[in-house]
Design a protein around this ligand. Sequence first.
Ligand SMILES: [Zn+2]
Length: 202
Amino acid sequence: MLKYLSFITLIMVVFIITTIAAVTPLVDSNMSLEEALKDSKAPKNILDSQCIVSVKYISFDGKLHQGQLIVNIAVKADIEEIFKIILKAKFPISKVIPIVKYDWLDEVSMDDDNTSAFNFRFVANTTRLSNHARGKAIDINPYENPAVYSDGKISPNGAKYNVSKPGTIKANSFIVKEFLKRGWRWGGNFTSLKDYQHFDKE
Ligand SMILES: [Zn+2]
């Protein structure tokens, strides 16, 4: 009888541990807002308009992860709502870490397939401030969703846009629909280049 009871106890313990493991996210990022904005070149009024959003997502390992985005306070609700929908759909997101971790270098963050939003920088190859500079743009899974320029150059290097791969955003994706209906633009609809990872709001 005692043996039987201890077997039941063991099963219960295993069940509880498995359940906790399934709902406890792996933490990819856990910064304070101050840490996430450290050494940014942005002026004070822009820094003061940023906030930190904690997001949960299923990564390519099939596990629940938790990361963080720095976004303009004005788009916080949109981002929270859309990431809840992304999680519910189990659409894989590689990782979500504020770009300070990559010394504010977009190329390095993209190479690591990192999803990020705020970065006080110019549009690539221009002297025009990007909507990322105001925290009103986000790049999702850059490796699956590269920027494809009219001359054929692809960023990040070595990436391929293949709509049959998990984590890829295509024109009929629910993600595109969710952003568009909240007044965002999708870079896949740009005519100058195709920036499949990019969404922004004016
Ligand atoms: Zn972008």
